[in-house]
Design a protein around this ligand. Structure first.
Ligand SMILES: [Zn+2]
Ligand SMILES: [Zn+2]
Length: 306
């Protein structure tokens, strides 16, 4: 804003305008790991959640000490921002393959649990796959074609994709990103949201942000509106009685899909990715009622569970 002098009233207005996007903190994966460890205690899926804590710890380790990746194309980034296109479009970048060193780095960092042969087999399969095969699986995962890759690979491949995209995201200057209404896909990478979060306290108090399933950017999206078909008709909010995780599913009768929402007011230390995977019982219930989950969580193969 060089050269712009704001009058006092404008300063107040600028200060109270909620930001369109919120970047994840640099320790996002460490926070997720911590949450998974906490959630694992007294949880029916404790071993599964502890495994995911390890997945996230390895992500953080690599994010803190990333391998050398080809630099982002600055000109393309600028042009995308100017033309309202996602600068880190997954469909383009996944094919270019610059994320692949992240997979090797993550595989090196991850401490596989002893006595879990199916995890060991999945990690071996990823290690042995060549770049072409890894890319084909990644394209399948990012486009939701879960039949085109082995379910056991999903959390590990997904972890390295999240890692690459968050690494890139944290290098970008998004001040030029303009707020658009009805933004159902991530304005930075074009991926669908994993969940919504109802923020608590500060100037974002009570606002809903959608959380990107790939790069972890959060962007503002009005409440009481389906994030899939944009309908505002009679959305329903379902949660399991006694569920301690601050999560409700926003169910849309128009398109029959739902998106989980984390209410920070109910769980101030909550985090979307771990809260989502700690409440798979809610997904089972919604599936039984015939509702569709559209939101991907890259650490989860739909139907695979664990
Ligand atoms: Zn994104
Ligand atoms: Zn809908």
């Amino acid at each position: 804003m060089a050269g712009t002098i704001l009058e006092p009233g404008q300063i107040e207005a600028a200060a109270s305008t909620p930001p369109f996007t919120l970047l994840p903190p640099r320790n996002l994966f460490a926070l997720r790991a911590e949450r998974f460890d906490k959630l694992a205690a007294d949880h029916a899926l404790g071993d599964y959640l502890r495994l995911l804590a390890g997945v996230c710890r390895a992500q953080q380790q690599v994010l803190d000490n990333p391998p050398q990746l080809a630099p982002l194309d600055e000109r393309r980034t600028r042009e995308c921002l100017t033309h309202d296109l996602p600068p880190l479009a997954t469909d383009t970048l996944v094919r270019e393959g610059h994320w692949l060193p992240m997979l090797d780095a993550w595989l090196d960092a991850f401490e596989a649990p002893a006595n879990n042969p199916s995890v060991t087999a999945a990690l071996d399969q990823l290690r042995q796959a060549d770049a072409g095969q890894r890319t084909a699986w990644a394209i399948a995962l990012l486009s939701g074609q879960y039949d085109s890759l082995p379910a056991a690979l999903v959390p590990f491949l997904g972890a390295s994709l999240q890692l690459a995209w968050s690494h890139w995201l944290l290098q970008l200057d998004l001040t030029e990103l303009k707020e658009r209404e009805d933004q159902t896909l991530c304005p930075c990478c074009g991926a669908p949201a994993m969940a919504g979060v109802i923020r608590h306290l500060g100037k974002v108090n009570g606002l809903r942000y959608l959380v990107c399933s790939v790069c972890a950017l959060e962007w503002h999206y009005v409440r009481l509106k389906c994030s899939h078909c944009r309908s505002t008709k009679k959305l329903d909010y379902l949660h399991l009685e006694g569920s301690p995780h601050g999560v409700k599913a926003e169910v849309c009768p128009q398109c029959n899909s739902y998106l989980k929402q984390l209410y920070l007011e109910l769980d101030a230390a909550g985090e979307c990715l771990s809260a989502d995977l700690a409440t798979l019982d809610l997904d089972l219930l919604l599936a039984e009622q015939g509702h569709l989950r559209q939101a991907p969580n890259l650490l989860l193969a739909p139907g695979g569970g664990e």
